[in-house]
Design a protein around this ligand. Structure first.
Ligand code: ATP
Length: 300
């Protein structure tokens, strides 16, 4: 029940005639890291804004840390670390001034905590915000999201603009937050950025949830290319109806195909003959995501 950090029930948001979210049901468990993936315009930012009561649902409801964001958003915001997709603050301030100001708004916190995070991210606190590159501005956004050690981190495209080294530091920060019991909800349009830390991945498209599972389970549904070599020639016909097999070609003793899902049925069909060779590529997760993004609705 409300042991879950986030509970979304039939959440729908329309902007005039345009649909931002369409009947989204989703539960994020307390202490889990959820990667929230989808192509541009899928509804990721809309979801995040609804979680924080920055916009209000057309129908449906959200509960965040056990409360309805519409009832007391101010109290909720103190318990949440939020990195908006378009993090902007007054450019005339220094990084230090900005972070201390934001810390004050949250009831104050030890300056050392800001210093440690800034140092880890290699962020110069004496610089003026307006002089910062996009990546350094994003670091300011990350520090302010993490600095009060919130129960819930809601991060909209957190890795955007970060170089690979800083991305790794950020992922370490996510893991550490999860280890101390925090829940992390982070959006991205690239699986590679979240798969190392996400316990589960939710994929949305056109405002709907199209997949919700662990990276391992999603991987098991991905497509691989298989090549089987037999002692004697085989015919394509006997493999054509094997579940998961397509793009099948047989040339003499060599069969190649694309395989979706578990290889069991293909292997059973193959071992009616003497198999002398087998190669299979790693499942291409990018292809899997492309399938979801492009429109195959696998339902959840
Ligand atoms: N303020 C708004 N007014 C009108 N339409 C909007 C508004 N905000 C979002 N939308 C529309 O709602 C849909 C979902 O947008 P949203 O910004 O939530 O997607 P997203 O997944 O965050 O995309 P991106 O990765 O591009 O940020 C899109 O079709 C978008 O055009």
């Amino acid at each position: 029940m409300d042991d879950d950090a986030i509970v979304l029930d039939n959440l729908t948001k329309t902007y005039g005639r345009r649909r931002g979210l369409d009947g989204l049901d989703l539960r994020v468990r307390t202490g889990e890291v959820l990667g929230y993936l989808g192509p541009n315009g899928a509804g990721k930012s809309t979801t995040i804004r609804l979680l924080l009561d920055l916009i209000r649902p057309t129908t449906g409801s959200a509960r965040v840390l056990g409360v309805d964001p519409r009832i007391d958003a101010v109290a909720l915001h103190r318990r949440v670390g939020y990195l908006p997709g378009d993090f902007t603050v007054d450019g005339r301030q220094t990084v230090r001034g900005c972070l201390r100001f934001l810390a004050g708004l949250r009831g104050g916190l030890p300056a050392a905590r800001i210093d440690v995070l800034a140092e880890r991210l290699d962020l110069d606190q004496s610089a003026r915000i307006k002089s910062l590159s996009k990546g350094n501005r994003q670091k300011v956004g990350l520090v302010q999201a993490f600095m009060h050690e919130p129960e819930l981190l809601i991060l909209d495209e957190p890795t955007s603009g970060l170089d690979p080294l800083v991305q790794q530091t950020f992922l370490d920060m996510v893991t550490e937050a999860a280890n101390r019991g925090a829940t992390v909800f982070m959006s991205s349009h690239v699986l590679a950025e979240v798969q190392a830390v996400a316990d589960r991945v939710a994929i949305i498209r056109d405002g709907r949830l199209v997949a919700l599972d662990t990276v391992t389970a999603l991987r098991s549904q991905a497509v691989r290319t298989v090549e089987l070599t037999f002692a004697e020639p085989v015919t394509a016909a006997e493999f054509a109806t094997v579940p998961g097999v397509d793009d099948l070609t047989v040339t003499g003793t060599v069969l190649t195909c694309r395989l979706t899902g578990a290889p069991d049925a293909l292997l059973r069909a193959a071992t009616r003959h003497t198999v002398t060779g087998l190669t299979a590529t790693e499942p291409a997760l990018d292809d899997l995501f492309h399938t979801y993004y492009a429109g195959a609705d696998h339902g959840v």
